[in-house]
Design a protein around this ligand. Structure first.
Ligand SMILES: [Zn+2]
Length: 479
Protein backbone atom coordinates (compact mmCIF):
# COMPACT_ATOMS: atom_id res chain seq x y z
CA UNK A 1 0.00 0.00 0.00
CA UNK A 2 2.78 2.40 0.96
CA UNK A 3 4.54 1.50 -2.22
CA UNK A 4 1.60 2.37 -4.43
CA UNK A 5 1.05 5.65 -2.57
CA UNK A 6 4.65 6.59 -3.11
CA UNK A 7 4.47 5.80 -6.77
CA UNK A 8 1.30 7.83 -7.12
CA UNK A 9 2.96 10.80 -5.48
CA UNK A 10 5.93 10.51 -7.77
CA UNK A 11 3.60 10.33 -10.73
CA UNK A 12 1.75 13.43 -9.51
CA UNK A 13 5.01 15.33 -9.17
CA UNK A 14 6.00 14.32 -12.65
CA UNK A 15 2.68 15.62 -13.92
CA UNK A 16 3.31 19.04 -12.37
CA UNK A 17 6.75 19.17 -13.91
CA UNK A 18 5.36 18.16 -17.27
CA UNK A 19 2.68 20.85 -17.03
CA UNK A 20 5.28 23.52 -16.31
CA UNK A 21 7.46 22.31 -19.17
CA UNK A 22 4.58 22.50 -21.63
CA UNK A 23 3.54 25.90 -20.33
CA UNK A 24 6.92 27.46 -20.99
CA UNK A 25 7.27 25.78 -24.33
CA UNK A 26 3.86 26.46 -25.82
CA UNK A 27 3.38 29.68 -27.75
CA UNK A 28 -0.41 29.48 -27.58
CA UNK A 29 -0.37 30.13 -23.84
CA UNK A 30 -0.28 33.63 -22.46
CA UNK A 31 2.85 34.44 -20.50
CA UNK A 32 2.75 33.34 -16.88
CA UNK A 33 -0.45 31.37 -17.32
CA UNK A 34 -0.88 27.65 -17.70
CA UNK A 35 -4.48 27.99 -18.86
CA UNK A 36 -5.14 26.89 -22.40
CA UNK A 37 -6.24 29.58 -24.76
CA UNK A 38 -10.02 29.71 -25.06
CA UNK A 39 -11.11 29.92 -28.65
CA UNK A 40 -14.52 31.23 -29.64
CA UNK A 41 -17.19 28.64 -30.21
CA UNK A 42 -17.74 27.66 -33.86
CA UNK A 43 -20.53 29.43 -35.72
CA UNK A 44 -23.96 27.84 -36.12
CA UNK A 45 -23.72 26.97 -39.81
CA UNK A 46 -26.04 25.98 -42.63
CA UNK A 47 -25.38 22.24 -42.91
CA UNK A 48 -26.82 19.38 -44.93
CA UNK A 49 -25.88 15.93 -43.71
CA UNK A 50 -26.31 13.74 -46.80
CA UNK A 51 -27.15 10.07 -47.24
CA UNK A 52 -26.98 8.91 -43.62
CA UNK A 53 -28.76 6.19 -41.69
CA UNK A 54 -30.84 8.40 -39.38
CA UNK A 55 -32.30 7.11 -36.11
CA UNK A 56 -34.60 10.01 -35.25
CA UNK A 57 -35.72 8.56 -31.86
CA UNK A 58 -39.02 10.26 -32.66
CA UNK A 59 -41.82 7.67 -32.72
CA UNK A 60 -43.66 9.49 -35.48
CA UNK A 61 -40.59 9.59 -37.75
CA UNK A 62 -38.73 6.33 -36.96
CA UNK A 63 -35.52 5.39 -38.77
CA UNK A 64 -34.81 6.80 -42.23
CA UNK A 65 -32.13 5.20 -44.43
CA UNK A 66 -30.19 7.27 -46.98
CA UNK A 67 -31.61 10.39 -45.36
CA UNK A 68 -30.45 13.98 -45.41
CA UNK A 69 -30.71 16.30 -42.39
CA UNK A 70 -30.81 20.06 -42.92
CA UNK A 71 -29.61 22.22 -40.03
CA UNK A 72 -29.44 26.01 -40.06
CA UNK A 73 -28.87 28.54 -37.29
CA UNK A 74 -28.89 25.80 -34.66
CA UNK A 75 -32.27 24.39 -35.65
CA UNK A 76 -33.21 21.12 -37.35
CA UNK A 77 -35.12 22.32 -40.42
CA UNK A 78 -35.88 19.16 -42.37
CA UNK A 79 -34.99 15.52 -42.86
CA UNK A 80 -35.69 12.99 -45.56
CA UNK A 81 -34.30 11.87 -48.89
CA UNK A 82 -33.10 14.24 -51.60
CA UNK A 83 -33.28 17.56 -49.77
CA UNK A 84 -32.04 20.51 -51.81
CA UNK A 85 -31.11 23.71 -50.03
CA UNK A 86 -29.10 26.65 -51.37
CA UNK A 87 -25.86 27.70 -49.76
CA UNK A 88 -25.43 24.67 -47.54
CA UNK A 89 -22.20 23.07 -46.44
CA UNK A 90 -22.55 19.37 -47.24
CA UNK A 91 -21.50 16.76 -44.72
CA UNK A 92 -21.12 13.25 -46.12
CA UNK A 93 -23.21 10.88 -44.04
CA UNK A 94 -22.24 7.71 -45.94
CA UNK A 95 -21.49 4.90 -43.52
CA UNK A 96 -22.71 7.02 -40.62
CA UNK A 97 -25.42 6.35 -38.09
CA UNK A 98 -26.92 9.73 -37.23
CA UNK A 99 -28.81 10.08 -33.96
CA UNK A 100 -29.63 12.66 -31.30
CA UNK A 101 -26.76 13.58 -28.98
CA UNK A 102 -26.60 11.44 -25.86
CA UNK A 103 -28.24 12.86 -22.72
CA UNK A 104 -26.35 12.50 -19.43
CA UNK A 105 -28.47 13.06 -16.30
CA UNK A 106 -26.21 13.26 -13.18
CA UNK A 107 -22.48 13.92 -13.04
CA UNK A 108 -20.32 15.46 -10.31
CA UNK A 109 -18.01 16.99 -12.88
CA UNK A 110 -15.71 18.57 -10.30
CA UNK A 111 -14.58 15.08 -9.24
CA UNK A 112 -13.01 14.46 -12.65
CA UNK A 113 -9.65 15.44 -11.13
CA UNK A 114 -9.94 12.41 -8.79
CA UNK A 115 -9.97 9.72 -11.47
CA UNK A 116 -8.19 6.58 -10.35
CA UNK A 117 -7.71 7.80 -6.77
CA UNK A 118 -10.29 5.87 -4.81
CA UNK A 119 -8.25 3.31 -2.92
CA UNK A 120 -8.58 -0.22 -1.65
CA UNK A 121 -9.24 0.49 2.03
CA UNK A 122 -12.14 2.19 3.84
CA UNK A 123 -10.36 5.46 4.64
CA UNK A 124 -9.44 5.84 0.96
CA UNK A 125 -12.82 4.92 -0.46
CA UNK A 126 -14.77 7.28 -2.72
CA UNK A 127 -16.41 9.41 -0.04
CA UNK A 128 -13.35 9.95 2.20
CA UNK A 129 -11.29 10.70 -0.92
CA UNK A 130 -13.71 13.15 -2.54
CA UNK A 131 -14.39 14.92 0.77
CA UNK A 132 -10.77 14.85 1.88
CA UNK A 133 -9.37 16.32 -1.33
CA UNK A 134 -12.49 18.28 -2.30
CA UNK A 135 -12.02 20.71 0.59
CA UNK A 136 -8.78 21.91 -1.00
CA UNK A 137 -10.28 22.82 -4.38
CA UNK A 138 -9.85 26.37 -5.64
CA UNK A 139 -12.28 28.03 -8.04
CA UNK A 140 -9.66 27.49 -10.74
CA UNK A 141 -9.73 23.74 -10.02
CA UNK A 142 -13.50 23.79 -10.57
CA UNK A 143 -12.96 25.41 -13.96
CA UNK A 144 -10.27 22.94 -14.99
CA UNK A 145 -12.27 19.94 -13.75
CA UNK A 146 -15.53 20.93 -15.45
CA UNK A 147 -13.72 21.66 -18.71
CA UNK A 148 -11.90 18.31 -18.55
CA UNK A 149 -15.20 16.50 -17.96
CA UNK A 150 -17.12 18.44 -20.61
CA UNK A 151 -14.41 17.77 -23.18
CA UNK A 152 -14.67 14.04 -22.47
CA UNK A 153 -18.45 14.29 -22.72
CA UNK A 154 -18.30 15.89 -26.16
CA UNK A 155 -15.69 13.40 -27.32
CA UNK A 156 -18.03 10.61 -26.20
CA UNK A 157 -21.10 11.90 -28.05
CA UNK A 158 -22.77 13.41 -24.97
CA UNK A 159 -24.38 16.74 -25.87
CA UNK A 160 -26.20 17.40 -22.57
CA UNK A 161 -24.85 16.93 -19.05
CA UNK A 162 -26.38 17.46 -15.64
CA UNK A 163 -23.51 18.97 -13.69
CA UNK A 164 -24.44 18.07 -10.10
CA UNK A 165 -22.12 20.43 -8.29
CA UNK A 166 -21.74 19.66 -4.59
CA UNK A 167 -18.53 21.57 -4.06
CA UNK A 168 -19.65 25.20 -4.20
CA UNK A 169 -17.22 26.68 -1.68
CA UNK A 170 -18.09 30.26 -2.62
CA UNK A 171 -19.82 32.19 -5.41
CA UNK A 172 -16.66 32.12 -7.52
CA UNK A 173 -16.72 28.30 -7.53
CA UNK A 174 -20.12 28.13 -9.19
CA UNK A 175 -19.18 30.86 -11.64
CA UNK A 176 -15.92 29.13 -12.60
CA UNK A 177 -17.77 25.87 -13.26
CA UNK A 178 -20.35 27.68 -15.38
CA UNK A 179 -17.66 29.51 -17.36
CA UNK A 180 -16.01 26.16 -18.12
CA UNK A 181 -19.28 24.68 -19.40
CA UNK A 182 -19.91 27.76 -21.53
CA UNK A 183 -16.40 27.67 -23.01
CA UNK A 184 -17.00 24.09 -24.19
CA UNK A 185 -20.32 24.83 -25.90
CA UNK A 186 -22.10 21.89 -24.27
CA UNK A 187 -25.76 21.99 -23.22
CA UNK A 188 -26.14 21.51 -19.47
CA UNK A 189 -28.07 21.90 -16.29
CA UNK A 190 -25.88 23.20 -13.48
CA UNK A 191 -27.28 22.15 -10.12
CA UNK A 192 -26.13 24.32 -7.23
CA UNK A 193 -25.16 22.44 -4.10
CA UNK A 194 -23.14 22.42 -0.91
CA UNK A 195 -19.42 22.69 -0.34
CA UNK A 196 -18.29 19.10 -0.01
CA UNK A 197 -17.94 17.94 3.64
CA UNK A 198 -20.16 20.83 4.74
CA UNK A 199 -21.93 20.23 8.08
CA UNK A 200 -25.41 18.82 7.70
CA UNK A 201 -26.98 21.49 9.90
CA UNK A 202 -25.79 24.23 7.55
CA UNK A 203 -27.95 25.17 4.54
CA UNK A 204 -26.52 25.77 1.11
CA UNK A 205 -25.88 29.36 0.09
CA UNK A 206 -29.45 29.98 -1.07
CA UNK A 207 -28.81 33.72 -1.36
CA UNK A 208 -26.05 33.08 -3.88
CA UNK A 209 -28.24 30.59 -5.75
CA UNK A 210 -30.90 33.33 -5.97
CA UNK A 211 -28.28 35.84 -7.14
CA UNK A 212 -27.21 33.48 -9.93
CA UNK A 213 -30.83 32.93 -10.89
CA UNK A 214 -31.53 36.67 -11.02
CA UNK A 215 -28.52 37.29 -13.28
CA UNK A 216 -28.85 34.05 -15.27
CA UNK A 217 -28.67 35.80 -18.64
CA UNK A 218 -25.00 36.42 -17.86
CA UNK A 219 -24.34 32.70 -17.43
CA UNK A 220 -26.86 30.91 -19.67
CA UNK A 221 -24.65 30.93 -22.78
CA UNK A 222 -27.62 31.83 -25.01
CA UNK A 223 -29.93 29.30 -23.38
CA UNK A 224 -27.56 26.32 -23.43
CA UNK A 225 -27.17 26.34 -19.63
CA UNK A 226 -29.91 26.16 -17.01
CA UNK A 227 -29.95 26.19 -13.21
CA UNK A 228 -31.18 23.68 -10.64
CA UNK A 229 -30.68 22.61 -7.03
CA UNK A 230 -28.36 19.75 -6.04
CA UNK A 231 -30.32 18.82 -2.92
CA UNK A 232 -29.28 16.74 0.07
CA UNK A 233 -32.69 15.78 1.49
CA UNK A 234 -32.46 13.09 4.12
CA UNK A 235 -29.27 11.45 2.92
CA UNK A 236 -26.49 10.73 5.38
CA UNK A 237 -23.73 13.22 4.67
CA UNK A 238 -20.34 14.04 6.10
CA UNK A 239 -21.68 14.63 9.62
CA UNK A 240 -24.62 12.28 9.82
CA UNK A 241 -28.23 12.48 8.68
CA UNK A 242 -29.56 15.79 7.45
CA UNK A 243 -31.45 18.11 9.76
CA UNK A 244 -35.06 18.34 8.44
CA UNK A 245 -35.40 22.13 8.90
CA UNK A 246 -32.26 22.62 6.82
CA UNK A 247 -33.19 20.39 3.93
CA UNK A 248 -36.70 21.88 3.84
CA UNK A 249 -35.19 25.34 3.64
CA UNK A 250 -32.95 24.42 0.69
CA UNK A 251 -35.89 22.79 -1.09
CA UNK A 252 -38.27 25.70 -0.54
CA UNK A 253 -35.64 28.19 -1.72
CA UNK A 254 -35.32 26.35 -5.04
CA UNK A 255 -39.08 25.97 -5.46
CA UNK A 256 -39.58 29.69 -4.82
CA UNK A 257 -37.29 30.33 -7.81
CA UNK A 258 -39.03 27.68 -9.91
CA UNK A 259 -35.86 25.59 -10.13
CA UNK A 260 -35.80 21.82 -10.73
CA UNK A 261 -34.39 19.75 -7.88
CA UNK A 262 -32.27 16.60 -7.86
CA UNK A 263 -31.51 14.30 -4.95
CA UNK A 264 -29.76 10.99 -4.19
CA UNK A 265 -32.35 8.77 -2.48
CA UNK A 266 -32.82 5.09 -1.63
CA UNK A 267 -29.33 4.77 -3.08
CA UNK A 268 -28.51 1.54 -1.28
CA UNK A 269 -29.74 -0.53 1.67
CA UNK A 270 -28.68 2.26 4.04
CA UNK A 271 -31.09 4.62 2.32
CA UNK A 272 -34.09 2.30 2.50
CA UNK A 273 -37.28 4.29 2.95
CA UNK A 274 -35.90 7.58 1.57
CA UNK A 275 -38.43 7.76 -1.26
CA UNK A 276 -41.36 6.91 1.01
CA UNK A 277 -40.24 9.69 3.36
CA UNK A 278 -40.08 12.18 0.48
CA UNK A 279 -43.54 11.08 -0.62
CA UNK A 280 -44.97 11.40 2.91
CA UNK A 281 -43.57 14.93 3.10
CA UNK A 282 -45.19 15.84 -0.22
CA UNK A 283 -41.85 16.52 -1.91
CA UNK A 284 -42.06 14.26 -4.98
CA UNK A 285 -43.19 15.64 -8.34
CA UNK A 286 -42.21 16.48 -11.90
CA UNK A 287 -39.74 19.05 -10.64
CA UNK A 288 -37.79 16.33 -8.79
CA UNK A 289 -35.18 13.86 -10.03
CA UNK A 290 -34.20 10.96 -7.77
CA UNK A 291 -30.76 9.41 -8.25
CA UNK A 292 -30.00 5.66 -7.89
CA UNK A 293 -33.18 4.35 -6.18
CA UNK A 294 -31.57 0.91 -5.90
CA UNK A 295 -33.32 0.20 -2.57
CA UNK A 296 -36.72 1.42 -3.83
CA UNK A 297 -39.56 -0.91 -2.90
CA UNK A 298 -42.39 -1.69 -5.36
CA UNK A 299 -44.58 0.79 -3.44
CA UNK A 300 -41.92 3.49 -3.68
CA UNK A 301 -41.55 2.92 -7.44
CA UNK A 302 -45.30 3.47 -7.75
CA UNK A 303 -44.91 6.71 -5.76
CA UNK A 304 -42.31 7.91 -8.26
CA UNK A 305 -44.53 7.01 -11.21
CA UNK A 306 -47.70 8.54 -9.75
CA UNK A 307 -45.95 11.83 -8.96
CA UNK A 308 -44.05 12.10 -12.25
CA UNK A 309 -40.70 12.02 -10.44
CA UNK A 310 -37.86 10.98 -12.74
CA UNK A 311 -34.93 8.74 -11.89
CA UNK A 312 -31.27 8.69 -12.91
CA UNK A 313 -29.34 5.41 -13.06
CA UNK A 314 -25.53 5.39 -12.96
CA UNK A 315 -24.70 1.69 -13.18
CA UNK A 316 -20.92 2.00 -13.24
CA UNK A 317 -20.74 3.91 -9.95
CA UNK A 318 -23.53 1.81 -8.41
CA UNK A 319 -21.74 -1.43 -9.26
CA UNK A 320 -18.26 -0.17 -8.42
CA UNK A 321 -19.14 1.15 -4.97
CA UNK A 322 -21.31 -1.83 -4.08
CA UNK A 323 -24.73 -0.17 -3.95
CA UNK A 324 -26.28 -3.05 -5.86
CA UNK A 325 -27.99 -3.61 -9.17
CA UNK A 326 -30.17 -0.99 -10.89
CA UNK A 327 -33.87 -1.86 -10.85
CA UNK A 328 -34.31 -0.80 -14.47
CA UNK A 329 -37.07 -3.24 -15.38
CA UNK A 330 -39.28 -2.34 -12.43
CA UNK A 331 -38.88 1.40 -13.07
CA UNK A 332 -39.72 1.11 -16.76
CA UNK A 333 -42.67 -1.20 -16.12
CA UNK A 334 -44.11 1.38 -13.73
CA UNK A 335 -43.63 4.22 -16.22
CA UNK A 336 -41.01 6.18 -14.27
CA UNK A 337 -39.03 8.47 -16.66
CA UNK A 338 -35.49 7.08 -16.54
CA UNK A 339 -32.22 8.72 -17.60
CA UNK A 340 -28.65 7.38 -17.59
CA UNK A 341 -25.67 8.96 -15.93
CA UNK A 342 -21.92 8.97 -15.36
CA UNK A 343 -22.10 10.11 -11.68
CA UNK A 344 -18.36 10.43 -11.10
CA UNK A 345 -15.42 9.29 -13.17
CA UNK A 346 -13.63 8.65 -9.86
CA UNK A 347 -15.83 5.53 -9.73
CA UNK A 348 -17.12 4.98 -13.27
CA UNK A 349 -13.66 5.45 -14.73
CA UNK A 350 -14.83 7.28 -17.82
CA UNK A 351 -17.80 8.98 -19.43
CA UNK A 352 -18.62 6.25 -21.94
CA UNK A 353 -22.43 6.38 -22.18
CA UNK A 354 -22.36 3.61 -24.80
CA UNK A 355 -20.91 1.34 -22.12
CA UNK A 356 -23.53 2.57 -19.66
CA UNK A 357 -26.26 1.56 -22.11
CA UNK A 358 -24.68 -1.84 -22.60
CA UNK A 359 -24.39 -2.61 -18.90
CA UNK A 360 -27.96 -1.43 -18.25
CA UNK A 361 -29.16 -3.94 -20.84
CA UNK A 362 -26.92 -6.77 -19.72
CA UNK A 363 -27.58 -6.39 -15.98
CA UNK A 364 -31.34 -6.29 -16.53
CA UNK A 365 -31.27 -9.40 -18.69
CA UNK A 366 -29.08 -11.14 -16.10
CA UNK A 367 -31.34 -10.13 -13.19
CA UNK A 368 -34.37 -11.49 -14.99
CA UNK A 369 -32.54 -14.46 -16.52
CA UNK A 370 -34.14 -13.52 -19.82
CA UNK A 371 -32.20 -12.92 -23.04
CA UNK A 372 -35.02 -10.74 -24.34
CA UNK A 373 -36.00 -8.72 -21.27
CA UNK A 374 -34.71 -5.31 -22.27
CA UNK A 375 -34.63 -4.44 -26.00
CA UNK A 376 -31.63 -2.35 -27.07
CA UNK A 377 -33.93 0.26 -28.62
CA UNK A 378 -35.53 0.84 -25.24
CA UNK A 379 -32.09 1.45 -23.72
CA UNK A 380 -31.19 3.81 -26.58
CA UNK A 381 -34.33 5.78 -25.71
CA UNK A 382 -33.08 6.17 -22.13
CA UNK A 383 -29.87 7.74 -23.46
CA UNK A 384 -31.74 10.07 -25.84
CA UNK A 385 -35.42 11.04 -25.87
CA UNK A 386 -36.41 9.56 -22.51
CA UNK A 387 -33.30 10.96 -20.85
CA UNK A 388 -34.34 14.35 -22.24
CA UNK A 389 -37.87 13.81 -20.89
CA UNK A 390 -36.44 12.93 -17.48
CA UNK A 391 -34.62 16.31 -17.48
CA UNK A 392 -37.62 18.26 -18.79
CA UNK A 393 -35.89 19.23 -22.06
CA UNK A 394 -37.59 16.86 -24.53
CA UNK A 395 -39.38 19.78 -26.20
CA UNK A 396 -35.94 21.15 -27.17
CA UNK A 397 -33.67 18.13 -27.80
CA UNK A 398 -33.59 14.33 -27.50
CA UNK A 399 -34.78 13.45 -31.01
CA UNK A 400 -34.07 14.50 -34.59
CA UNK A 401 -37.34 16.30 -35.14
CA UNK A 402 -37.76 19.40 -37.34
CA UNK A 403 -38.14 22.42 -35.08
CA UNK A 404 -35.91 21.07 -32.31
CA UNK A 405 -32.42 22.36 -31.64
CA UNK A 406 -29.65 20.56 -33.50
CA UNK A 407 -27.92 18.36 -30.92
CA UNK A 408 -26.83 15.55 -33.24
CA UNK A 409 -24.05 12.97 -33.39
CA UNK A 410 -22.68 10.90 -36.24
CA UNK A 411 -21.26 7.45 -35.47
CA UNK A 412 -18.94 5.97 -38.09
CA UNK A 413 -19.93 2.34 -38.63
CA UNK A 414 -16.84 1.61 -40.75
CA UNK A 415 -14.58 0.42 -37.97
CA UNK A 416 -13.43 -2.91 -36.58
CA UNK A 417 -15.92 -2.93 -33.71
CA UNK A 418 -18.90 -1.84 -35.86
CA UNK A 419 -18.02 -3.00 -39.36
CA UNK A 420 -20.62 -5.70 -39.92
CA UNK A 421 -23.74 -3.63 -40.27
CA UNK A 422 -26.49 -5.20 -38.18
CA UNK A 423 -29.49 -3.54 -36.58
CA UNK A 424 -28.18 -0.02 -35.88
CA UNK A 425 -29.89 0.43 -32.51
CA UNK A 426 -28.36 -2.82 -31.31
CA UNK A 427 -24.95 -1.81 -32.62
CA UNK A 428 -25.05 1.50 -30.77
CA UNK A 429 -25.90 -0.18 -27.47
CA UNK A 430 -23.77 -3.32 -27.74
CA UNK A 431 -20.80 -2.39 -29.92
CA UNK A 432 -20.19 1.35 -30.21
CA UNK A 433 -17.53 3.25 -28.29
CA UNK A 434 -16.70 6.97 -27.96
CA UNK A 435 -13.91 6.55 -30.54
CA UNK A 436 -16.58 5.76 -33.16
CA UNK A 437 -18.19 9.19 -32.69
CA UNK A 438 -17.08 11.08 -35.79
CA UNK A 439 -19.11 14.28 -35.46
CA UNK A 440 -20.82 16.06 -32.57
CA UNK A 441 -23.11 19.03 -33.04
CA UNK A 442 -24.58 21.05 -30.17
CA UNK A 443 -27.15 23.74 -31.00
CA UNK A 444 -25.98 23.62 -34.60
CA UNK A 445 -22.30 24.14 -33.76
CA UNK A 446 -19.88 21.42 -34.85
CA UNK A 447 -17.80 20.65 -31.76
CA UNK A 448 -16.26 17.38 -33.03
CA UNK A 449 -15.50 16.60 -36.65
CA UNK A 450 -13.60 13.70 -38.15
CA UNK A 451 -13.05 12.32 -34.65
CA UNK A 452 -11.37 15.49 -33.36
CA UNK A 453 -12.73 18.21 -31.08
CA UNK A 454 -12.89 21.39 -33.14
CA UNK A 455 -12.43 24.13 -30.54
CA UNK A 456 -10.77 22.47 -27.55
CA UNK A 457 -7.07 21.66 -27.38
CA UNK A 458 -7.31 18.20 -25.86
CA UNK A 459 -3.63 18.02 -24.98
CA UNK A 460 -3.88 21.30 -23.05
CA UNK A 461 -7.12 20.31 -21.32
CA UNK A 462 -5.60 17.04 -20.10
CA UNK A 463 -2.34 18.69 -19.11
CA UNK A 464 -4.15 21.32 -17.05
CA UNK A 465 -6.27 18.67 -15.35
CA UNK A 466 -3.19 16.63 -14.47
CA UNK A 467 -1.41 19.70 -13.12
CA UNK A 468 -4.41 20.80 -11.04
CA UNK A 469 -4.90 17.29 -9.70
CA UNK A 470 -1.24 16.94 -8.67
CA UNK A 471 -1.27 20.35 -6.95
CA UNK A 472 -4.46 19.39 -5.11
CA UNK A 473 -2.85 16.23 -3.78
CA UNK A 474 0.06 18.29 -2.51
CA UNK A 475 -2.17 20.86 -0.78
CA UNK A 476 -4.34 18.15 0.76
CA UNK A 477 -1.22 16.24 1.79
CA UNK A 478 -2.95 13.24 0.27
CA UNK A 479 -0.09 10.76 0.30
ZN1 LIG B 1 -24.08 11.11 -7.48
Amino acid sequence: MTRSRLSRRNFAGAAIALGALHATGCASLSSGSRMAKTTALPVRGNYLIRNANVLTMDDSLGDIEHSDVHIRGGEILALGQGIEAPGVESIDGSGMIVLPGLIETHWHMWTSLLRGMTGDEAQRGYFPTSRGIGQFYTASDMYVAARFAAAEALHSGITFVHDWCHNVRGPEYAEADLRALASCGIRARFSYGIATAQANDRPIDTADMARLHASWDDFANEGLLSLGLAWRATEAGATGRMVPEVFRRDYEAARALGLPISVHASSNAGGAGDIAALNAAGLLGRHLQVIHGIAATPDEIQMLAASGTSLSLSPYSELRIGYGLPVTGELLAAGVPVGLSVDTTALSGNADLFAVMKVILNVENARSRNEFKLPPRRVLELATIEGARSMGIDDVVGSITPGKRADIIMVDSRSLNLGVHGEPGRMLVESAQPANVDTVMVDGRILKRGGTLTHLDVEAVVREAAGASAALLERANWT
